[in-house]
Design a protein around this ligand. Structure first.
Ligand code: SAH
Length: 391
């Protein structure tokens, strides 16, 4: 028997697990049992899966198979309850995953965020929250969001993002994406669908540059772990051809687009990928995106002091978004010494929001989560120290 498993069952679909069972001389239903053990129960080790015959477990182990939940290398807990996990992958690389016990300030994907996070737009009913509080019994949170990474590092090179400083090392496998969630759910002792968990694909990396693995992970999370697609949101920096592909998926998460500037010159400055797919092409894809009934697109807009936070620029955003069924999430820059930008004053952020809201665009200001542990939007770059004070 190998010392440690080299092949991971996590990441295989029901069809693939069934093939594996058949190849091992087992009946097909063993595939479903494996699927349940890996995704629904998230067992730590194959030899604990007592529904499977001993000889099958032994044979899988001999062939180098293990469940494949990645291990938590380190974790950091913020004063606001957010937890940042450094997750170690099989080849020694690490990625980051963030647990946010009360949602993430606008991307929970279920519409229940508005009342809680917005400074000015308290429109949500409390019904969802109350129902869920009951379902969660005595747990201290009513809903939680996991922010998951899709690549080791990122290739997109946005000028305000810490992850960009790492460059890109590689894509994550579907099993490594699901594995982050499995590791966090285990650590938190949380079991969906009994407890409500939202997923945002907004950690390290650009999900639409790892499209097939990202979509496979979505399906495994839906069918296996029990987190419905409607509680997932993916954010893209604007990989336009993949936005069209994504619109054609039968089951899919909600879509968020990182806008981050109000005109081409400025967007190219802060997001060089705008040279490849400019605002015209991006907004065309957004307009043609087939929304479901009551679904809205989300545009994220990182506010950089003195760069893209002027009232004039808010009016340009209004023109861009006009006529779309969309909301805007404003994110005041999460700062860092390596970045050439500053965080705008709160008053500036509110003035920007007022212009959008005044034009009828639902606009929320995202509360920064876990800045003191470098867990907030754009801060994921494997920082191992803790910030001296939250800015
Ligand atoms: N690559 C995807 C997923 C990352 S999501 C994307 O770009 O959409 C991360 C979100 O955080 C994006 O909307 C991004 O624009 C935003 N972000 C990046 N750096 C940030 C920073 N320093 N402060 C605040 N938000 C930031």
């Amino acid at each position: 028997m190998p010392v440690s498993p080299s092949k991971s069952l996590m990441g295989l679909s029901l069809v693939e697990l069934t093939e594996l069972a058949l190849e091992s001389g087992q009946p097909a239903y063993r595939g479903q049992q494996l699927f349940d053990a890996v995704y629904r129960q998230r067992m730590e080790a194959l030899d604990r899966v007592s529904t499977l015959p001993l000889e099958f477990r032994a044979r899988l182990a001999e062939h180098g198979w293990g469940i494949g939940i990645p291990s938590v290398d380190r974790k950091f807990t913020s004063s606001d309850g957010t937890v940042r996990y450094l997750i170690e992958l099989g080849d020694g690389e690490t990625v980051e995953t963030v647990w946010m016990p009360e949602g993430d300030g606008g991307e929970s994907g279920d519409g229940s965020e508005a009342g809680e996070e917005s400074t000015q737009y308290p429109v949500a009913s409390t019904q969802n929250l109350e129902t869920n509080a009951e379902a969660c019994g005595s747990l201290p949170w009513r809903r939680a969001t996991i922010c998951v990474s899709s690549q080791v590092g990122c290739a997109v090179n946005c000028k305000f993002c810490f992850t960009a400083l790492l460059g890109v090392k590689r894509n994550l496998e579907a099993g490594e994406i699901v594995g982050q969630i499995a590791a966090v759910l285990r650590d938190q002792g949380v079991d969906p669908p009994r407890q409500r968990v939202n997923i945002v694909f907004m950690g390290m990396g650009e999900p639409f540059l790892n499209y097939d693995n990202f979509m496979k992970a979505v399906r495994l999370l839906g069918e296996g772990v029990g987190i419905p697609e409607s509680r997932m949101t993916v954010s893209t920096a604007g990989i336009v051809p993949r936005i069209y592909d994504f619109g054609r998926e039968g089951l899919r998460p909600k879509l968020a687009i990182s806008l981050n500037a109000s005109n081409d010159a400025q967007r190219t400055e802060v997001m060089p990928l705008n040279r490849k797919w400019n605002l015209g092409e991006l907004m065309k894809a957004a307009r043609e995106f087939p929304l479901r009934p009551r679904e809205r697109l989300t545009f994220e807009y990182v506010l950089l002091a003195g760069v893209n936070d002027a009232p004039e620029q808010a009016r340009e955003v209004v023109e861009l978004v006009r006529g779309l069924r969309a909301k805007v999430n404003l994110i005041a820059l999460n700062p860092g010494s390596e970045l050439p930008y500053r965080t705008p004053q709160a008053e500036r952020v509110l003035a920007f929001q007022r212009i959008l809201v005044g034009a009828g665009i639902p606009t929320f200001v995202r509360r920064p989560r876990g800045r003191d542990i470098f867990a907030a939007c754009g801060q994921l770059k494997r920082t191992v120290e803790i910030a001296p004070a939250s800015p």
